[in-house]
Ligand binder design. Structure first.
Ligand code: ADE
Length: 362
């Protein structure tokens, strides 16, 4: 097993085979048709936690709306969040804007061609700094994300726990020693191999793998054992009752607090616990609405990194005299057209967004 600290992890022959494979097999993706550091940065942030196919339309819309760092820095927050709606992990969008403002104020609107300076920007960690440095600037910087950790664990036959930051640091060190001149293609070749060939869950396609001749896990029949990743602590479960409060063509929304989970996004009014229809009318009146009819909707759940929401829900038909804003309660009643254009509701609630949109789409 090759797990000496910071030992080179790939031979020059293996690196050459990987690059050759990448040159003929790389997917044609929009962010591979540019070397603009801003565009590479946006793609890398969107691709954290999100699948390539899901990212594509967001990437286009985002860059159409904010073609430069300056445009992103100056964007109204609501517009930014609306463009991110459905991608999840909204702190990514807020950090993008924070970093854009730093770039405008301190770097003349340019991304620095320096791994360490990139790491200091909000939302840019070791992986993203390495990806931007190598892909956009051609610097010899390692870009080691979860997919790449899997490839490197297998090829080197390492049983080190990839959940530990020490393991990641070791792999980054070992990789740094073998990064070739074409550092951007090399970084993406490892990402691509992890995404398309050296995949998890018993589906690795070793017969297609350019690294197979050097792969310790393949040689020893250990592909399924690697990588080793210690279990995370279980998510905290929160029960909620979600209310889809409507009066014809308006839906009640509530703006979440500016700090914490889904900060500043809009949500359907919701209450802790799973409440019965008998418990609801009083609660709904205290929000400033007069309920006329309650209908139980589908249950749904949503997984965040550390929390799981288990939701039951009701459609609530209300009397129409409400004037659109209830200052004490902080609830809004928003017309369908305005809702579609301007209000970002996170995908944790998508089961219920689907429901009100049904029959309301032109
Ligand atoms: N995931 C993270 N970075 C990526 C990239 N540049 N191309 C495809 N998938 C990725």
């Amino acid at each position: 097993m090759n797990n000496k600290k910071n030992a080179p992890i790939l031979s020059p022959e293996a690196v050459a085979a990987l690059l050759e494979w990448y040159d003929t097999n790389a997917r044609d993706l929009p962010w591979r048709r540019t070397t603009d550091p801003y565009r590479i940065w946006i793609s890398e942030i969107m691709l954290q936690q999100t699948r390539v196919e899901a990212v594509k339309p967001y990437y286009k819309r985002f860059l159409d709306a904010f073609p430069t760092v300056g445009d992103l820095a100056a964007a109204p927050e609501e517009k930014l969040l609306k463009l991110w709606e459905g991608l999840g992990y909204y702190s990514r969008a807020r950090n993008l804007q924070k970093a854009a403002r730093v770039l405008v104020n301190e770097y003349n609107g340019q991304m620095p061609a320096d791994e360490r300076q990139l790491q200091k920007l909000p939302g840019i960690g070791d992986y993203t700094a390495g990806a931007i440095a190598s892909i956009a600037f051609g610097l010899r910087a390692p870009a080691v994300d979860g997919n790449v950790l899997r490839v490197l664990s297998r090829v080197s036959g390492s049983y080190a726990d990839i959940a530990l930051s020490e393991t990641k640091a070791d792999f980054r060190g070992s990789l740094r020693k073998v990064i070739p001149e074409r550092s951007g293609a090399f970084a993406q070749s490892l990402i691509e191999l992890g995404a398309c060939v050296c995949v998890p869950n018993g589906e690795a396609k070793c017969t297609l793998c350019p690294l197979a001749p050097w792969c310790v896990a393949k040689r020893d029949g250990k592909i399924e054992e690697l990588p080793v990743k210690s279990a995370k602590k279980p998510r905290r479960i929160e029960e909620k009752t979600v209310l889809l409060i409507r009066d014809g063509d308006r839906t009640a929304l509530h703006k979440r607090p500016e700090k914490g989970l889904l900060a500043g996004l809009y949500e359907y009014p919701n209450l802790p616990g799973h409440l019965s229809p008998e418990e609801l009318p009083e609660k709904i009146r205290s929000m400033g609405f007069e309920p006329l009819q309650l209908t139980r909707l589908e249950d749904s759940k949503h997984l965040f990194t550390h929390i799981e929401w288990r939701m039951i829900a009701y459609a609530v038909k209300i009397a129409p005299e409400f004037d659109g804003y209830h200052p004490e309660s902080g609830f809004l009643l928003v017309r369908d057209d305005d809702f579609r254009k301007s209000y970002a509701v996170p995908s944790a609630f998508s089961e219920y967004t689907k429901y009100w949109k049904k029959g309301n789409e032109k």
